[in-house]
Design a protein around this ligand. Structure first.
Ligand code: ES4
Ligand code: ZN
Length: 364
């Protein structure tokens, strides 16, 4: 009908997507074959697809508090098949083709280098594949793809610093540093030094503030006010194009918040977040699976009505079974929004976007 046609045609952005979370059963199986590997209890693509549909999706009755840990266990085990430059290139290009089919034109995607280096894959192998895909995304599909490197917060602060240092030769092709993986007992403050270093390299800064975590409000406040320390002065292109960039208002802290749904828990936090000038990358359809729509959608509505800029995103679409277009349709319905709202969220994404390409932003 009319709404789905509007969604299909709307030029769209993606700002909260883990590229490893787009690993389809088909691509995973082709890596198994190409690399001469085996997957436990699985001898065909059909069986693997079956696993994705039955075991990998959140099951009703599973403990919601353990949702993140259980998801991450599957996510890391699954990406073990990624070994070569071609594997990373194909992984990313599969997503770009999917994005192109949905008219997603601007992408800032996460990757998790430590999930690969910790199992013996060279940092350079990961980067070579991802950067080749970035070039192809632009030259062949006209999609701007930018990479946000993420630190695994359940690994050490030292490993984080080491990883940021490893990324130095690629700094022109890494747009930001993020923080993901298991938030339990892993506050953002643990990584302050790594994030300060990232700022020296010119990276923008963001962090997951996952939903309903222990000390979630503290973590959100820390990310907003402290993470990465002093923000560098605005770039010339940012100052000259204030209509194209969201301007963070506090002198210190992150440039964005990933998730952050719990800002809706109290008025103080809502007010504080709005004052910060930061935007949130929400993934409402992902939360809704384990938290239930009656909890998630009112919080999303509260954040929107408070005037905090948000974008709608798909997080780990191979496992959460929803890509961008379904995210928009599902959130529109769940929050009782209008297509005008969806248009505004894509406009927010452009404002929140970190690219220095003002021409592209203006043309969007
Ligand atoms: C993630 Cl949803 C989520 N949270 C934290 N870390 C992640 N890595 C991939 N998806
Ligand atoms: Zn995420």
């Amino acid at each position: 009908e009319k709404v789905s046609q509007f969604i299909e045609e709307l030029p769209k952005c993606e700002q909260h997507l883990h590229i490893e979370g787009t690993l389809s059963p088909e691509r995973r199986w082709s890596c198994v074959i190409a690399n001469g590997l085996q997957i436990e209890n699985c001898s065909s693509l059909e069986e693997l697809s079956q696993q994705y549909e039955t075991e990998y999706v959140y099951q009703k009755g599973q403990d919601p508090a353990k949702y993140l840990q259980e998801f991450l266990a599957i996510y890391y085990a699954s990406m073990n098949v990624l070994r070569t430059v071609d594997d990373f290139y194909n992984l990313a290009l599969d997503y770009i083709k999917k994005a192109n089919s949905m008219n997603v034109r601007y992408v800032e995607a996460f990757f998790d280098p430590q999930a690969h280096t910790s199992r013996g894959i060279e940092f350079d192998v990961v980067m070579e594949g991802l950067l080749k895909a970035k070039e192809e995304a632009w030259s062949h599909y006209g999609i701007q793809l930018h990479w946000i490197m993420c630190i695994l917060r359940d690994m050490s602060a030292e490993s984080a610093i080491e990883t940021v240092k490893q990324s130095f030769p690629y700094k022109e092709n890494i747009i930001g540093l993020g923080l993901d993986s298991d938030e339990h007992e892993n506050p953002p403050s643990k990584f302050q030094e790594a994030f300060k270093l990232a700022r020296q390299y010119g990276y923008k800064i963001t962090s997951h503030c996952d939903v309903d975590q222990k000390n979630t409000h503290q973590h959100i406040k820390y990310v907003i006010t402290e993470l990465g320390g002093a923000r560098p002065p605005a770039k010339k292109y940012e100052l000259e194009n204030p209509d194209l960039y969201l301007t963070p208002k506090f002198p210190t802290g992150a440039d964005r918040i990933d998730h952050g749904l719990n800002v809706a828990d109290n008025e103080d936090l809502l007010e504080f977040t709005r004052k910060s000038g930061l935007g949130l990358t929400l993934c409402p359809i992902g939360y809704q699976k384990h938290m239930g729509p009656h909890v998630v959608f009112p919080k999303v509505v509260r954040i929107i009505e408070y005037g905090i800029p948000i974008t709608l995103n798909s997080d780990d679409p191979a496992y959460m079974a929803n890509y961008k277009s379904e995210i928009l349709a599902g959130t529109l319905k769940g929050c009782n929004l209008s297509i005008r709202d969806l248009y505004e969220f894509e406009k927010n994404a452009i404002l929140m976007g970190w690219t220095s390409d003002v021409e592209f932003k203006r043309s969007f």
